[in-house]
Design a protein around this ligand. Structure first.
Ligand code: FE
Ligand code: ZN
Length: 239
């Protein structure tokens, strides 16, 4: 089983979330998407964590800028999608669709979700029911299509829809309030969406991250996950 610590990076600018993941049985740890170095070094000290791995969801700088320095400092190994070997700083270990990767005794399953980028992966811990979605899925919205096609993103979204409702996801940015405007635009009178947004506002006002969020409620409220077919999804993208 894993323990997750959330570290906000680039606050008020890009609002990235980096995560410290620790396997409780062995203490083996990883940093997921180190957006910048300083806040993560501070958090590692605070929690007495010495990461063995750096996990990346995709190659964008705001998810990998801390790779080289943390790798050097902790003698950690960088794990990312095999197809991104040439553009992930400090790349050491490649993973691909359906691979298992063990963090101590905790199992992560790799789910490839092309769309935001090609070679974007989700880190899914099935036994823990925890999913790290990077820039593929945010609260109430999805990441922009920088490299992939709408068809690829649609296909990727179906992979998330198939995961159990009680899985909780942690996104790569605090974008809930951006997402909220999308969700209300498409279903302003949905009680579920309104309750979701109210709960998010309360958390943010108290300085807390909105994540983690259950996929059950995300599937009910996120317009991109609610889309029933490709045409509906495509109309959301081009509106
Ligand atoms: Fe990105
Ligand atoms: Zn990002």
């Amino acid at each position: 089983m894993i323990d997750v610590k959330t570290v906000l990076c680039r606050p008020g600018r890009m609002d990235n979330y980096s995560y410290l993941i620790t396997d409780k049985e062995t203490g083996q740890s990883a940093v997921l998407d180190p957006s910048e170095t300083e806040p993560l070094i501070t958090a590692c000290k605070k929690y007495n964590i010495s990461p063995k791995y750096i996990f990346n969801t995709h190659h964008h700088f705001d998810h990998t800028d801390g790779n080289l320095e943390l790798k050097k400092l902790f003698n950690a190994q960088v794990v990312a999608c095999s197809s991104d070997a040439s553009r992930i700083p400090g790349f050491d270990i490649g993973v691909s669709e359906n691979n298992n990767f063990m963090l101590g005794q905790s199992r992560a399953e790799i789910i490839r979700v092309d769309g935001h980028t090609i070679g974007h992966i989700l880190w899914y811990f099935p036994e823990d029911k925890i999913l790290f979605t990077g820039d593929m899925l945010f609260n109430l919205c999805i990441g922009g299509l920088f490299e992939g096609t709408p068809e690829q993103m649609w296909h990727s979204l179906q992979k998330i829809k198939k995961l159990p409702d009680d899985v909780k996801f942690y996104p790569g940015h605090e974008y809930t309030l951006h997402g909220a405007s999308d969700a209300l635009f498409f279903s302003s009178n949905s009680p579920a969406a309104n309750a979701y947004i109210k709960n998010a506002q309360t958390k943010l006002q108290n300085g807390l991250p909105v994540a983690p969020t259950e996929l059950k409620v995300e599937k009910e409220c996120n317009p991109y996950l609610k889309a029933g077919n490709f045409d509906e999804f495509f109309n959301l993208l081009i509106r």
